[in-house]
Design a protein around this ligand. Structure first.
Ligand code: PLP
Length: 451
């Protein structure tokens, strides 16, 4: 086992780490354990995680002490190891609203007025005046009057697909879409067609193929505003146009861009002038709105009814608490104000500077400037080692490997906040570059072909 307090010497320590086996394997190998003992048959997975943890290359389930701020104190899984204070690029609080005094005030007011708990699903007395106001405000922002709230962003995505799509319908989905969308599609129908990432020609081909043999059933085209592992965006006007041409419906998940990007916080939909023109918008409050929760928005009342009555996580799960709804409402007020514009400008300044510094150091940042800066590592081993080295340097990032991204496409994901200071960005960039070099990150790959 490597001593986390001693410097890491790649020449001496990397062979030791390789020999330990902690850099081998991936989650895919353990996905389908066999045998009758449901509770014990995952022992090989457990042993593999423990081996990685012993060697310092298990960066998951860490513990944040205090709020998710740019400087944060982070401990290991289940309190393992000593907590370390460092620069935090691993939390999702893009506009730094979690620590905003107006948000704390809104939470406390709602707590005093309505208590901490919704005490029912939205269908069974779980609504509050905060949740109704939130539906209204979101509808106005998006230009889509029918809004349904969900307890999480995951629930919104999964709920939308499973409520709206029937077994005879089709889903055409981007190959890199989030697991909540992919799993929702799989749960809804066997007719799931995966298109190459951002490739609108491929979408057209698939839609034409479906419509050449089936004009009776519905097609849902599923994409994201900002892909959370790749920091890139589709051509929404073209996708919506294709949907009209082939009598399909477009769903865009804006979990990562709404609030954090675009004019007035309208995300990629605003940047591409698609406000009120996308059929279905799904989102999460957990990245820019300082609370758990999610929503589905559209213009049609019948679809709202369908979601209300058939989206399991809306119907059968307790609604957002009054505190969460009040926090999101106050966040929305800030997002759409001049203060929101300032926070987005700070966030984008950080993104542009971090990407420039990492690029100058020879690293490849995927996608475009956004709150997410994915840094290409290639092998899972390189991502694990780089993440470990950065944690030793008190810089927290999320190393992402399968199933978050395809095998062999591992990366470090850095998430920025408006309150990161330029000094923090400048301090972290050379440390990221040094960690990637020592970990043996693969050479930058050429850009993938875009549709
Ligand atoms: C595109 C997308 N949809 C949904 C979710 C789930 O959101 P939540 O964490 O609020 O459940 C995420 C989470 O990262 C996401 O990236």
């Amino acid at each position: 086992m490597l001593n986390e307090y001693l410097p890491f010497d790649p020449a001496e320590d990397l062979p030791l780490l390789c020999a330990s086996g902690a850099l081998d394997g991936n989650v895919a190998q353990f996905a389908q354990p066999r045998g009758p003992d449901l509770l014990r048959r995952s022992a090989p997975l457990d042993a593999w995680c423990a081996l990685r943890a012993r060697h310092g290359v298990w960066p998951y389930a860490r513990v944040l002490e205090g709020p998710p701020e740019p400087l944060a104190t982070v401990g290991g899984e289940a309190g393992a190891g000593e907590a370390v204070r460092g620069i935090n690029f691993a939390s999702q609080d893009y506009l730094s609203l979690a620590a905003h005094p107006a948000i704390a005030d809104a939470a406390l007011r709602a707590l005093g007025e309505a208590g901490p708990h919704s005490a029912g699903s939205a269908v069974l007395l779980g609504n509050t005046r905060y949740s109704l106001e939130l539906e209204q405000a979101l509808g106005e922002l998006l230009g889509l009057g029918q809004v349904v709230l969900f307890p999480t962003g995951w629930a919104a995505a999964f709920g939308a697909l499973t409520a709206l799509v029937h077994s005879a319908d089709y889903v055409v989905i981007d190959q890199l879409a989030h697991a909540s969308l992919r799993q929702g599609a799989q749960a809804a129908t066997r007719n799931v067609l995966v298109h190459r990432h951002l490739d609108c020609d491929h979408v057209r081909e698939l839609l034409a193929g479906i419509r050449s043999r089936d004009s009776a059933n519905a097609i849902l085209v599923v994409t994201e505003g900002l892909f959370s592992m790749d920091a890139d965006s589709p051509d929404l006007p073209l996708l919506q146009h294709l949907c009209r041409e082939y009598k399909a419906t477009l769903l865009v998940d804006v979990a990562h861009d709404l609030g954090a990007m675009g004019p007035g916080g309208l995300g990629v939909i605003g940047a591409q002038r698609m406000q009120g023109r996308v059929d279905i918008v799904v989102g999460a409050f957990s990245k820019s709105f300082a609370a758990n929760g999610g929503f589905v928005a559209c213009a049609e009342r019948p679809a709202r009814r369908q979601l209300q009555m058939y989206a399991g996580p809306h119907m059968f799960s307790n609604a957002l608490s009054p505190v969460q709804a009040a926090v999101v409402l106050e966040s929305l007020r800030i997002v759409t104000s001049g203060e929101g514009d300032g926070l987005r400008a700070d966030l984008m300044r950080n993104a542009v500077e971090l990407r420039a510094l990492l690029g100058e150091a020879g690293l490849r940042c995927l996608g475009e400037a956004s709150p997410i800066v994915p840094v290409w590592m290639g092998t899972e081993a390189a991502a694990r080692v780089a993440g470990m080295l950065l944690a030793r340097d008190a810089v927290f990032v999320n190393p992402v490997e399968y199933p978050g991204v395809p095998l062999g496409a591992a990366r470090l994901r850095l998430q920025l906040m408006a309150n990161h200071t330029p000094a923090q960005v400048r301090r972290a960039a050379p440390l990221v570059a040094a960690a990637a070099a020592r970990a043996g990150a693969s050479r930058p790959q050429p850009e993938r072909r875009r549709g």
